[in-house]
Design a protein. Sequence first.
Length: 125
Amino acid sequence: MNLKNLISLIVVTLLLFSCSGSDDDPTTPNSSNPDPNPNNSTNITYNSHIKSIMSGNCTSCHGNPTTNSAPMSLTTYSEVKNSVETRGLIGRINNANNPMPQGGLMSQTNRDLIQQWKDQGFLEN
Ligand code: HEC
């Protein structure tokens, strides 16, 4: 097991145990109670945030044309949005056992940004 997987496992374990605590103040984010919406004052948009995450981590395979047997490209707004909606993109970027990118999970920040982009309704600009 590599270090990233180990860290993910620890984080998941902490999250599971934190659910049983009743004395946690839900309004105060901390390591066992992460803020589900860390940048809630910021609009996350494809052009400002998501596009650069994709080009830095995904388009080496999910380019146009795709390479290394990647099944779809992730080079446009609608391709990325469609992949979140129909190809389980958020599941894969958070799946330590079968991650995208294949080399290991991206930073929590990147993963949170993509989740928040979805939660805010896939803003383009
Ligand atoms: C080194 C090449 C490579 C990189 C980098 C890469 N992928 Fe992939 N991706 C693949 C391959 C190959 C598959 C098909 C096999 C599989 O599902 O594991 C795939 C499959 C997927 C799937 C599932 C598609 C489906 O319909 O089943 C998603 C979603 C995905 N990638 C998202 C991403 C995202 C998002 C990134 C960047 C954060 C990324 N990938 C980075 C090669 C890559």
